[in-house]
Design a protein around this ligand. Structure first.
Ligand code: G3P
Ligand code: CA
Length: 269
């Protein structure tokens, strides 16, 4: 069958715009997606959760407080959890003004809206299923939305999409439901445990402070779920010094809020 996986380019790291170009535009908004494109980056990372009425939305925290004006719009609805609000209620929130006045009016996108924008921009998506333990069935539902948006055809699956989670159970389930999809596990398994992960995933995505050249080499020594060398994308690296350090460890990708800074420091695309 096809050999899926994001393409590497002659040893240059893939640069992923984390929550979009979130150093410069409000995270997980369509503005942050568009800005990543204008800066020249096609990979964007996002976080997917579910509303009270079952819509998938793109937002990082499990409450809406930090990144929207929810506490002003719905003062009596604390603790303002994503899962306690309907999609229509969330659509009323301002997800931009906390970041800067020029972004007033930015919204929390639904996953459908987000996929359409990434597609329109000809970008690629590192989709994180966030806190899946809070949202039973979110794996199946995410795949359904991806399918309906045209994101599960061979071209997307082989070139345009990676699904990741901090939950190994979630990553394993996504792999079982759609064995053709490229997945990544977020974390830093012990070297001895890596072969267990290689059975159901292709990439291991660790926090940059937790890794060494030896650990990266251990990941590279394994074939992942699709029979290809496993790869490492590390997060969140926003400064040149750290970017050079993780590059020297041999990482394949760098997930960053400031993709231009990382590219300037270590190249990549
Ligand atoms: O993509 C890696 C990174 O997003 C994981 O942490 O908390 O930013 O979702 P977090
Ligand atoms: Ca994330």
């Amino acid at each position: 069958g096809p050999v899926p996986g994001p393409p590497g380019l002659l040893g240059n790291p893939v640069v992923y715009a984390h929550r979009g170009a979130s150093a410069y535009a409000p995270e997980n908004t369509l503005d942050a997606v568009d800005l990543a494109m204008r800066l020249g980056f096609d990979w964007v990372e996002n976080d997917v959760q579910r509303t009270k009425d079952g819509e998938l939305v793109v937002v990082h925290d499990d409450t809406l407080s930090r990144t929207t004006d929810v506490e002003q719009v719905f003062p009596d609805r604390g603790p303002w959890r994503v899962r306690d609000f309907t999609a229509a209620e969330i659509a009323r929130l301002d997800a931009g003004s906390w970041f800067g006045q020029e972004y007033t009016g930015a919204r929390v996108p639904t996953l459908r809206e987000y996929l359409d924008r990434v597609q329109r921009n000809q970008q690629r998506l590192l989709l994180e299923i966030k806190k899946p333990e809070l949202y039973p069935g979110i794996e199946q539902q995410t795949l359904k939305v991806l399918d309906e948006a045209g994101w599960l055809d061979a071209w997307h699956v082989q070139q345009r999409l990676v699904v990741q989670s901090f939950s190994a159970d979630c990553v394993r389930l996504v792999h079982e439901l759609r064995p053709d999809l490229v997945t990544a596990f977020l974390g830093t398994p012990a070297v001895a445990d890596l072969p267990r992960y290689a059975r159901f995933t292709d990439r291991i995505n660790p926090w940059h402070t937790t890794i060494s050249a030896e650990w990266v080499a251990a990941v590279h020594g394994l074939l992942g779920a699709h029979g290809r060398t496993m790869e490492v994308d590390t997060w969140i690296v926003d400064d040149a010094t750290t970017a050079r350090k993780v590059r020297a460890m041999g990482v394949d990708g760098i997930i960053t809020n400031a993709p231009d800074v990382v590219q300037e420091a270590v190249g990549g695309y």
